[in-house]
Design a protein around this ligand. Structure first.
Ligand code: DOR
Ligand code: ZN
Length: 345
């Protein structure tokens, strides 16, 4: 069996910088036409100049014949300037602004400490039609780690959408049935990305036979009922749920440590994993729109015109990949993958 469809895009991706970037970028470029590049570098990508320079480094790291296009984002901080937002309408290379609540995840220390500090910036984004991409988790230590997304939706996102009635928002890497319900009930200016790992695994995967650092990400995996709801949303044909891998490579030692960091590296097998879950659900006919249509439609960008082909065939993923001087352990390391990207035209 094979599946040929419009080349997909990845609407949520971490590619890091320097030698690490060089190692991982082709895993995404082999398959995806474009990707929204997350700005949580150290230091973060806060100005347009930072984003354009980062974009040049990404393009320089691509294989020579690649047509892959990085879509850049700015990292929202308490000090983001309204003038920078106003300039975005003349900067097509930068398509969105990312909001990390301070302390929510990897390299989020510079994130927003209080949304009131960025009210003017959000107004300017609303006026200019710039989407706000949200890491939707509260950070209070009193809130259970599994409830952080739900609490964010209720206490932060809902009032935010009310205060900015036309701001475009993407709730990134959703993990709960509450998030699915909220997006479904919302307006067209609200959408969500869904990762392959949240579609494939529930929170048991963190503890199968012992602690599994390579299955730790943020937002953390949730109960099976939530996974099932995410799958329903992904295959529902609703244009407000689309593909975003959140592939987030880390050096092996940073994950396999006394304080292992969050992030799963799925880029080498991302579209293959989405195909696996859509096939399991007998919904392969819904994959193209989820992976290739709804994202560009939401962002107001053209759909890709090329196609890719996936073959239904078993092959074994390597145990690790080079990551600069280090190694990165991919999701499904050393395991059988059931689909294989064949060709691009
Ligand atoms: O698991 C995650 N890893 N979640 C994030 O939000 C950030 C990401 C990273 O940059 O490693
Ligand atoms: Zn991310």
């Amino acid at each position: 069996m094979q599946l040929t469809f419009t080349r997909p895009d990845d609407w949520h991706l971490h590619v890091r910088d320097g030698a690490g970037l060089q190692s991982v970028i082709s895993a995404t470029a082999r398959c995806f036409g474009r990707a929204i590049i997350m700005p949580n570098l150290k230091p973060p990508v806060v100005t347009i100049a930072d984003a354009l320079a980062y974009r040049e480094r990404i393009i320089a790291a691509l294989p020579a014949d690649s047509a892959f296009q990085p879509l850049m984002t700015l990292y929202l901080t308490d000090n983001t300037r309204i003038a920078d937002i106003e300039q975005l309408s003349q900067t097509p290379e930068v398509v969105a602004v990312k909001y990390y609540p301070a302390g929510a995840t990897t390299n989020s220390d510079a994130g927003v400490t209080d949304l009131r500090n960025v009210w003017g910036v959000l107004e300017a984004m609303q006026d200019a039609g710039i989407p706000l991409l949200i890491h939707g988790e509260v950070t209070a230590s009193s809130v259970d780690v599994f409830d952080r997304e739900y609490m964010f939706i209720r206490h932060i996102l809902d009032p935010l959408l009310e205060a900015f009635p036309t701001l475009k928002v993407v709730l990134e890497h959703i993990t709960t049935s509450e998030a699915v319900d909220f997006v479904r009930a919302g307006e067209d200016r609200l959408a969500a990305t869904i990762t392959a790992h949240h579609l494939l695994m529930n929170r048991n995967a963190l503890f199968t036979g012992g602690i599994r650092p390579h299955h730790y990400c943020l937002p953390v995996l949730k109960r099976e009922i939530h996974r099932e709801t995410l799958v329903d949303a992904a295959i529902s044909g609703s244009p407000r749920f689309f593909l975003g891998t959140d592939s987030a490579p880390h050096p092996r030692q940073a994950k396999e440590s006394a304080c292992g960091c969050a992030g799963m590296y799925s880029a080498p097998i991302a579209i293959e994993l989405y195909a696996e879950i859509f096939e399991q659900m007998n919904a392969l006919d819904k994959l193209e729109a989820f992976a290739s249509f709804y994202g560009p439609d939401f962002y107001g960008l053209p759909r890709n015109s090329e196609q890719i082909t996936l073959q239904k065939t078993d092959w074994t993923l390597p145990e690790s990949f080079n990551f600069g001087e280090d190694q990165v352990i991919p999701l499904r390391a050393g395991k059988t993958i059931h689909w294989q990207l064949e060709s691009a035209s």
